[in-house]
Ligand binder design. Structure first.
Ligand code: FES
Length: 102
């Protein structure tokens, strides 16, 4: 069964920004691009670097360690050396709360 976690307040993350949040035991990178929130695992699939410490380019997140890039919308690898997609998570808004569904 899906579990929901309040991870931030609306306004904590603005367009073009990202933030590390925690949902249960999982670290997740929450980002906003073009007024929409995205949530992906905050661990690069190459060697587990925190992606929230990386660089956001539109809908892509670039890992700060070795430069892998992923599409936030799908988790898909766009630039090597990562070979495995990221887990992505559903984001919901309830009033001023940002909720991640696991
Ligand atoms: S840990 Fe992210 S590209 Fe190597």
């Amino acid at each position: 069964m899906a579990e929901k976690f309040i991870v931030a307040k609306v306004g904590d993350v603005q367009n073009g920004q990202k933030k590390r949040v925690k949902a249960g035991n999982l670290f997740i990178m929450l980002a906003m691009v073009e007024d929409k929130y995205y949530a992906v695992q905050d661990a690069c699939s190459h060697n587990k670097a925190s992606l929230s410490a990386g660089y956001l380019h539109g809908h892509r997140i670039e890992c700060g360690w070795h430069g892998a890039q992923f599409d936030l919308r799908t988790g898909e690898v766009k630039v090597l050396p990562a070979a495995k997609s990221l887990n992505i998570f559903q984001v919901e808004i309830d009033g001023e709360n940002i909720i991640i569904v696991l």
